[in-house]
Write a new protein. Structure first.
Length: 179
């Protein structure tokens, strides 16, 4: 029995996906503010929040989504819902370019992953410099959210049901493109 591929993801899946994403970004910003003293924490948090939200909610719909099959599908809704945003603000791309999201050091995939990994890495020195149980808790929750994203959200909620999984480099890397 195969997994159903969605043309239109259930709204609950879209809410879960975006809630986990936004929670990770917000916790990263809070952790940086609390982990580093005075203006340094505020500066790091501001840069991180600008980067992570811009990468996810501006760069993706403008650069990746126009090349995704969900952009071209009628009445479709991808797991992030960004195909709907892309249709409003970006010109349709070419599906053949969809795999470019994983090409090059500063590709969309690497920037996406950086948005989740950078605050985790940045909080480790903060804990060494100025240990705080709150910052440690934030770090552990973010590690948990990242694990949830890779081991539950992607295979069970997102990529496992995606119509683009046969051409997506992410699904291929997770071994989901053949299922």
């Amino acid at each position: 029995m195969g997994t159903e591929n969605y043309t239109k993801y259930p709204i609950t899946s879209v809410i879960i996906y975006n809630s986990v994403t936004v929670l990770h970004f917000v916790l990263g910003g809070i952790g940086l503010v609390l982990g580093y003293p005075s203006w340094i924490g505020l500066l790091l948090a501001s840069i991180y929040l600008l980067f992570s939200f811009a990468e996810m909610y501006v760069l993706m719909p403008l650069k990746v989504c126009p090349n995704c099959p969900y952009y071209q599908l009628d009445n479709s809704l991808c797991i992030s819902g960004l195909n709907v945003v892309a249709k409003r603000f970006a010109k349709e791309g070419n599906i053949k370019n969809f795999s470019n999201r994983a090409r090059g050091f500063f590709c969309a995939n690497n920037l996406y992953i950086a948005g989740f990994i950078l605050p985790i890495i940045a909080l480790i020195p903060a804990l060494v410099i100025n240990f705080s149980y709150i910052v440690l808790a934030i770090l552990l929750v973010m590690v948990g959210l990242l694990a949830f994203r890779f081991f539950v959200l992607f295979p069970k909620v997102a990529c496992g049901h995606c119509r683009a999984k046969n051409i997506c480099p992410n699904a291929k890397a997770m071994g989901l493109n053949d299922k």
